[in-house]
Write a protein that binds this ligand. Structure first.
Ligand code: HEM
Length: 210
């Protein structure tokens, strides 16, 4: 009998559903005319923020496993990264298709003139590379280099946060909250911190079990 390869854990189902809700919500808002006075800007902002949130969630999977020994969460890294890429692609498509109406001369000027656009584009290109090479086939082809290449996801996170910081007016706190979360996630990867946090939580787990 053919083996069923489409088995999802409840956590995986929750991740897929959770990642698709913002998109379905946006589609609903389009059809119900619920996007406010500047729908294009609203759509750009929402897709950008969702792309960044999913990228950080994807980056959070390994630290969660380190801290709580919860291996299941590692399976979410790829889908969350791919969903981030999906939202980033929609975000970018609105910029070139709706904001600039495929006027490539203007798009080129905007991309090169605005520093937030340059880092946004770089982030998008990194996410594209990671999405293409996220398959098992590419993993086999690139061998050890695959891991090295996929470390670029940290750079993508840092650039996406920079893009956000450079976009907003001074004094807006939200991008700094994202920056703080990213910093915590990156710090948890540093070996001594990883070891210390792991043993701290091991102690907590042990004292709860006894
Ligand atoms: C060439 C690529 C990109 C371009 C040209 C671009 C352009 C833009 C523009 C025009 C805005 C709205 C600015 C405003 O009206 O206030 C924006 C906002 C934003 N973008 Fe991008 N973006 C790009 C890539 C990305 C990527 C890859 C991410 C994340 C992974 C991202 C995350 C964000 C976030 C978080 C916001 C702010 C949302 C908010 O204020 O609520 N962008 N971007």
């Amino acid at each position: 009998m053919k083996k069923n390869t489409w088995k999802f854990t409840p956590l995986q189902i929750a991740a897929h559903v959770g990642a698709l809700i913002p998109l379905l919500w946006m589609i609903w808002d389009i059809f119900t005319n619920n996007f406010g006075p500047d729908p294009i800007r609203e759509f750009t902002l929402r897709t950008g923020k969702t792309a960044l949130t999913l990228l950080l969630l994807s980056l959070a999977c390994t630290p969660i496993n380190i801290l709580f020994k919860y291996k299941q969460v590692l399976k979410l890294r790829r889908p969350l990264g791919l969903y981030s890429f999906l939202y980033a692609s929609i975000h970018f498509s609105i910029f070139i298709g709706v904001d600039y109406f495929f006027n490539f001369a203007l798009i080129q000027d905007a991309l090169l003139e605005k520093r937030y656009a340059i880092v946004g584009l770089t982030t998008g290109l990194i996410l594209l590379t990671l999405a293409i090479t996220s398959t098992l086939g590419w993993q086999r082809r690139l061998k050890k280099n695959w891991k090295k290449l996929h470390r670029l996801v940290y750079l993508a996170g840092a650039l996406a946060v920079t893009h956000y910081i450079w976009l907003v007016k001074q004094g807006v706190i939200q991008p700094w909250i994202y920056a703080g979360i990213l910093l915590i996630l990156l710090t948890l990867r540093v070996k001594p911190v990883k070891k210390w946090a792991g043993s701290l939580l091991k102690g907590v787990r042990f004292s709860r079990a006894t």
